[in-house]
Write a protein that binds this ligand. Structure first.
Ligand code: NAD
Length: 258
């Protein structure tokens, strides 16, 4: 792999497993130094080990993205250790167990919105501050979902949080364009991660969810990571305020031939 991100400093929020972990490793392979942020110390350090095994340099910072003080400290520690911040993947997120709106608790709504939406806003806030302070330039990718574009019965809070991430992405892109900062989003359908397994592991759900993917399979974390690394590279230099769906055909339309 070419070292196109050599000299860049990247941060991956929610880098302790799944898509975030795979992206941290791919960013390192592309030459970036990688700060891994998340709540679980053991898993975070494991990701840093994988970053080192890929020939990169990395650091874990224990972070809950729903807490402003944590995210502020994360960016500060990144700058203390590596001198700057060029790339950020705001990927931390939680799923929702399927419950209709009429039966959803306020606690459930607050938890999802706090982590998925407020967490992304907090990440953007402190990342943009730092990128502007260091003279501008930078690339940020937010983790949305196909449910940032369409509804999800039984997961309304999750869908609302991911639609919110799309609004944040476009607004942040407009606010920072003249600072040379690009802000985009990825919208995956079902990806084989611990979250994918929790939601769709049970045979009936697995079969139903598989039927929504015309390619006939779920995606892999590296298939999302590839798009994120591309969006963070200069090869995507004219792309901002946009999103890429990695969905095996999910959003192309109802598949009457399936
Ligand atoms: P995952 O559960 O393996 O990863 C989620 C990551 O976010 C974990 O590292 C977790 O520890 C971290 N996280 C959760 N709450 C956090 C918090 N408050 N502070 C810091 N870190 C926190 O699952 P994944 O599938 O890799 O999910 C990554 C992202 O991709 C999520 O935002 C998810 O909504 C999104 N997504 C996943 C799928 C899928 O099918 N797997 C599809 C579309 C979007």
């Amino acid at each position: 792999m070419s070292k196109e991100l050599h000299g860049k400093v990247a941060m991956v929020a929610g880098g302790t497993s799944g898509i975030g972990r795979e992206t941290a490793v791919l960013l390192a392979k592309a030459g970036a130094k990688v700060v891994v942020a998340g709540r679980r110390e053991k898993e975070g350090k494991e990701t840093v080990e994988l970053v080192r095994a890929a020939g990169g340099e990395g650091m874990f910072v224990k972070t809950d993205v729903s807490r402003a003080a944590d995210v502020d400290a994360l960016v500060q520690k990144t700058v203390e250790k590596f001198g700057r911040l060029d790339i950020a993947f705001n990927n931390a997120g939680i799923e929702e167990t399927f419950v209709p709106i009429a039966e959803q608790s306020e606690e459930n709504w607050d938890r999802i919105i706090d982590i998925n939406l407020k967490g992304t806003w907090l990440c953007l806030k402190y990342e943009i501050r730092q990128m502007v302070k260091q003279g501008g330039g930078g690339a940020i990718v937010n983790m949305a979902s196909v449910t940032g574009l369409i509804g999800a019965p039984g997961s309304a809070a999750y869908a609302a949080s991911k639609h919110g991430v799309m609004g944040l992405t476009k607004s942040a892109a407009l606010e920072t364009a003249r600072n040379g900062i690009r802000v985009n989003a990825v919208c995956p359908a079902v990806i084989e991660t611990p979250m994918g397994e929790r939601l769709f592991g049970e045979p009936e759900m697995h079969k139903a969810a598989l039927g929504l993917h015309p390619l006939g399979r779920f995606g892999t974390p590296v298939e999302v990571a590839e798009a994120v690394v591309w969006m963070c590279s200069n090869r995507a230099s004219f792309m901002t305020g946009q999103s890429i769906a990695l969905d095996g055909g999910f959003l192309a339309g109802p598949n009457l031939l399936a």
